[in-house]
Write a protein that binds this ligand. Structure first.
Ligand code: NAP
Length: 548
């Protein structure tokens, strides 16, 4: 049966597929490509009206790639893509990344198997047929042996529950659901930004330059370092293209999937003066180099971490002219344990006359009212509210889908106390369902396009293996998820990440249980999943194929 049944027949008959892929971002687009190349009938569904996933939704001003520089935040599977797309800047902006993803969709002829404007509304596993019954917002029914959730680790917006927020009568936008039509105009308006994570920090300097007055509502101050964005040097690109095979190999084996070899020097090996010199050098270079190229123990040793933290605090004190504002901006937790941020003049923005910083720790929000926000110290009249409040990260989108697995069990029942998985790719009692960038995968702490390629290739090979063996369903064996979870937790304990409340731990979502659900040792993780495959998918059970 054709995967593109006409609307009239779709109302009656299910569309029969090998694989339903949820999400048309970096992960889903590559998953489609590789599954299709392997001869599988796969189709992607996305509620957006454009490909691009997070790069489609996050159109707020200032949105840019912060992963170590173009041209490394991109697909690696095709030399043509590498050679044919020119990245203009070291930190490409959202529009450029979206242009790239549209270019890939065309170049790889993906669009014929992507259905946009279509949300997956539910998915139920049928044990008798070993297939998933999937529903869409258009009322179509899909019947697929496999489901690949490429729905994004940062895609379900965190909408804060604050008294009176629904009564606010002005314009209100979430950075992760920004209007798709460039209609937002800050000119002459009094704007408040709630939240100072990456999205807030990236957008605040841009909004401040355009609006009449900006009020920043800050709950936790952030350490941010200069992005160091600049045009990409043509010689640099020529060299990257010429040495692409070596670079690709290096990205697979270095921490975070970056092409840069990390420092091997410990902070304690240098004197305070030497450290200041080192930090200053990389502050001037900009980008993540300040955490990659300086000292190897910044995320594992409190002393090392504090040396960089204090360097950044000094930068805040020397940049922000009003001492009281500078004081409010000083973070006091372990640097880098909330996602490290790159900025374009963030701290300097507080020297502008039209910017006010409200420190919600000493001046909390009491309520929103139709014309603004009321904090303990008084009213702040505003015309527009920008919610830079982040996401129900890593698990939120899967929980919203809440598929039903074996015996009708829901994902939310299974994840009541723990986000358990095997290899961050599969979940016990959910046969033939795979995740890309799921909980307990390296996901958000690795080069995400590259990680998506490697996970998708693994899923493709697993499906082909299953079929070659005459089997119909695969899922984790009882208990392997607990052992795997313990391994992920053991790696996390070697770092400082768990010690800070962040979206990595689920602490940003009221009621969400705390679990640092990221595998921090990306290269070891990818080595492990390769070994599991090479040994015939150890840790999984496979069922003989049901007879039709
Ligand atoms: P985020 O890092 O979770 O930041 C959310 C901000 O909103 C925090 O300052 C948080 O304060 C605040 N907040 C949330 N709920 C609040 C409430 N009820 N009251 C007051 N404040 C509240 O979210 P994000 O900035 O959107 O970034 C999320 C992740 O997306 C990033 O860490 C990054 O991985 C990715 N991202 C990447 C880029 C890029 O450049 N490539 C750009 C944007 C985002 P607390 O800190 O106190 O919780």
């Amino acid at each position: 049966m054709s995967s593109t049944a006409s609307p009239s027949t779709a109302a009656q008959a299910a569309i029969v597929l090998d694989v339903v892929v949820i999400g048309a971002g970096f992960s889903g687009m590559y998953a489609l490509h590789t599954l299709r190349e392997a001869g599988l009938k796969a189709r992607v569904y996305d509620e957006a009206h454009n490909v691009g996933g997070t790069w489609n939704w996050n159109r707020y001003p200032g949105a840019r790639v912060d992963f170590p520089v173009a041209p490394y935040y991109c697909y690696t599977f095709s030399d043509e893509l590498m050679n044919e797309f020119d990245w203009p800047e070291r930190q490409p902006d959202q529009a450029t990344v979206l242009k790239y993803l549209n270019f890939v969709a065309d170049r790889m002829d993906l669009r014929r198997d992507i259905e946009l404007g279509t949300r997956i509304t539910g998915a139920t596993y049928d044990e008798a047929t070993q297939r998933w019954r999937v529903g869409t917002s258009r009322g179509t029914r899909l019947d697929a042996q496999f489901v690949v959730c490429a729905s994004g680790a940062l895609s379900t917006a965190n909408m804060p529950k604050i008294p009176g927020i629904e009564t606010f009568a002005g314009e209100c936008y979430h950075t992760g659901r920004w209007p798709q039509d460039d209609s937002v105009d800050f000119t002459g308006k009094r704007v408040a930004v709630l939240g100072t994570g990456s999205s807030g920090v990236q957008s605040i300097p841009h909004i401040a330059r355009q609006c009449q007055h900006l009020t920043v509502l800050q709950r936790t101050p952030q350490y941010t370092v200069p992005a160091g964005n600049k045009p990409v040097d043509p010689d640099f690109v020529a060299n990257a293209r010429a040495t692409w095979p070596e670079i690709k190999q290096r990205m697979r084996v270095t921490p975070f999937g970056s092409p840069f070899l990390a420092s091997t020097v410990k902070a304690s090996e240098h004197t305070p003066e030497q450290r200041r010199e080192v930090y200053e050098k990389f502050w001037q270079v900009g980008g993540f180099n300040i955490v990659i190229d300086t000292y190897c123990d910044l995320f594992t040793d409190q002393f090392a971490n504090e040396t960089l933290a204090e360097f950044v605090r000094d930068k805040i004190r020397s940049t922000v002219k009003n001492p009281d504002t500078a004081r409010k901006l000083l973070p006091n937790y372990l640097i880098g344990t909330k996602r490290q941020i790159l900025d374009e003049g963030y701290y300097d923005t507080y020297n502008r006359d039209n910017v006010t910083l409200v420190d919600l720790r000493e001046d909390p929000i009491l309520e929103f009212y139709p014309g603004g926000v009321r904090t303990k110290s008084g009213d702040h009249p505003i015309d527009m509210l920008v919610l830079a409040t982040g996401f129900d990260a890593i698990t939120g989108t899967l929980q919203r889908l809440n598929p039903r697995g074996r015996g009708g069990v829901t994902l939310n029942e299974c994840w009541k106390d723990r986000f358990n998985s095997y290899l961050g790719i599969s979940i016990p009692r959910f046969p033939n369902l795979f995740m890309i960038h799921g909980p307990e995968s390296p996901g958000v702490l690795f080069n995400m396009p590259l990680g998506a390629e490697m996970e998708s290739d693994w899923i493709r090979d697993c499906i082909l293996h299953l079929r070659a063996q005459g089997k119909g369903a695969i899922e984790p064996a009882p208990g392997v998820d607990a052992a795997y979870g313990a391994e992920v937790a053991e790696f996390a304990r070697m770092t400082l990440f768990e010690q800070t409340e962040s979206w990595y731990t689920g602490a940003n979502i009221p009621g969400k249980h705390r679990q640092f659900a990221v595998h921090v040792a990306g290269p070891l993780y990818f080595q492990k999943i390769r070994e599991v495959a090479a040994q015939g998918y150890t840790g999984f059970v496979m069922e003989p194929a049901a007879t039709a």
